[in-house]
Design a protein around this ligand. Structure first.
Ligand code: FES
Ligand code: FES
Length: 415
């Protein structure tokens, strides 16, 4: 979907000062797209008022730009109830059904997630199948309320990675916006002559009022949220980032104590690989999905790409380099070799660390998702091993041999 889109346009955030672009985009919507966007027929005057800079205060808007012209937009408005927000999409006719809505909604969901917004309401007309399908794609729950459909999208919890993704994307957006300025200035000159304002129909005045009362925007949601909500605050956040001091972090890694001065944003995985040259732990997805970075911290396995080192000050970490004992392989390492539990070997350090921790979890009686009776210690069947190792992905599909290796060590342990 994205490949085709990115070759013709770009999705980026609209910064304050760009509301005129939004207004012009909304004005270009044809009658049906306007109805779908606003839940009813609206005039140009309505849109002029709706997209006043003051009226958009508090909204986060992402746009789809083609040659500097805004062709689609997603607007996110936090609601008065904490953890809830409203989203609305608009795409100009010739850009509909081309993946623009998906691309915009994805960006909005990232922002919602990072602001700890759990419920994102998308209100659309019952006949607006396009938005309903889009909402379903994001696992929304659709309910019918007074002739409208409310799509309730549950956003995932923020993670350091999702926060970084938004920061990085916003920085890139700002740079692209700067590049767009000359073409926007030229186009704006065409729009400086506004048509004289005509009296607003009653139903539109009521729509504006009801929108305003529905949204009492969250004024403050913490410094980080503010920093992302306005360019001014972003500047402050950047200045703060520049002022960040390093933190002294004490880690015991494979039995050796390290005291390291670190940028507080450094992950455990980067400390291992980049600072200590312990490159056994691999970086696969860097998003907590593949398990290649698994290490054992205080006896429990974790995805080290998702853990900030400062959160583990004083902890004991075991990596693949620390499993062997003076040149003698750990029983799990030896079993992987015996059973040929690897092909390219990229996932193997994570698989082995995970398997070692799995056995101690099992010894301690921890149940898994497939354990039928959580009251009694489960036997370590192939199904139990597969479930407990499901966080470690092997792109070479060496799974049968991995399971056989783990099972053998588990059985030796029992004797
Ligand atoms: S690199 Fe950490 S889970 Fe993939
Ligand atoms: S052995 Fe190649 S990814 Fe697992």
């Amino acid at each position: 979907m994205y490949e085709g889109l990115t070759s013709v346009g770009a999705v980026r955030r609209l910064w304050s000062g760009e509301t005129e672009l939004y207004r012009q985009h909304l004005l270009r919507l044809d009658a049906e797209s306007r109805r779908n966007r606003f839940g009813g027929a609206v005039s140009d005057e309505f849109i002029q008022r709706y997209a006043e800079p003051a009226a958009l205060d508090g909204a986060v808007i992402y746009g789809f730009f083609v040659d500097g012209v805004l062709r689609g937009a997603a607007e996110l408005r936090p609601l008065a109830r904490a953890g809830e927000a409203e989203a609305a999409l608009s795409v100009e006719r010739e850009w509909q059904s081309r993946g623009v809505g998906t691309a915009l909604l994805e960006r909005v969901l990232l922002v919602a997630r990072n602001r700890q917004i759990k419920h994102l309401h998308m209100i659309c007309l019952a006949e607006n199948r396009r938005v309903q399908q889009l909402a379903r794609k994001f696992d929304a729950e659709l309910t019918f309320q007074s002739g409208s459909v409310v799509a309730d999208v549950i956003a995932a919890r923020p993670t350091p990675v999702s926060l970084m993704r938004e920061l990085v994307a916003d920085s890139a957006d700002l740079a692209i916006a700067m590049l767009d300025v000359p073409s926007q200035l030229a186009k704006r000159l065409d729009h400086t002559k506004r048509p004289p304002e005509s009296p607003q129909p009653d139903h539109e005045r009521l729509m504006l009022q009801s929108m305003a009362t529905r949204r009492r925007f969250l004024k403050t949601t913490g410094a980080a949220t503010l920093a992302l909500a306005s360019p001014h605050a972003t500047g402050e956040a950047e200045a703060q980032t520049a002022r960040l001091q390093t933190e002294r972090v004490n880690l015991t890694i494979n039995g050796r104590l390290y005291a390291i001065d670190l940028d507080p944003r450094t992950t455990v995985l980067d400390v291992l690989r980049e600072h200590l040259a312990l490159t056994g732990s691999k970086k696969g997805c860097d998003q907590g999905q593949c398990g290649a970075c698994t290490v054992i911290v205080n006896g429990q396995r974790i995805n080290s790409c998702l853990a900030l080192a400062v959160m583990h000050d004083g902890d004991e970490i075991t990596t693949i380099e620390g499993l062997a004992d003076e040149g003698v392989l750990h029983p799990m390492q030896a079993a992987f070799v015996r059973h040929d539990g690897l092909q390219c070997g990229y996932c193997t350090p994570g698989q082995i660390c995970s398997a070692v921790a799995l056995l101690s979890e099992h010894r301690d009686g921890w149940p898994s998702y497939v354990t039928a009776d959580v009251e009694t210690a489960p036997a370590l069947t192939n199904a139990e091993i597969a479930e407990r190792m499901s966080g470690n992905i092997c792109r070479c599909s060496a799974y049968p041999n991995i399971v056989a290796a783990i099972r053998e060590v588990a059985e030796e342990d029992r004797r």
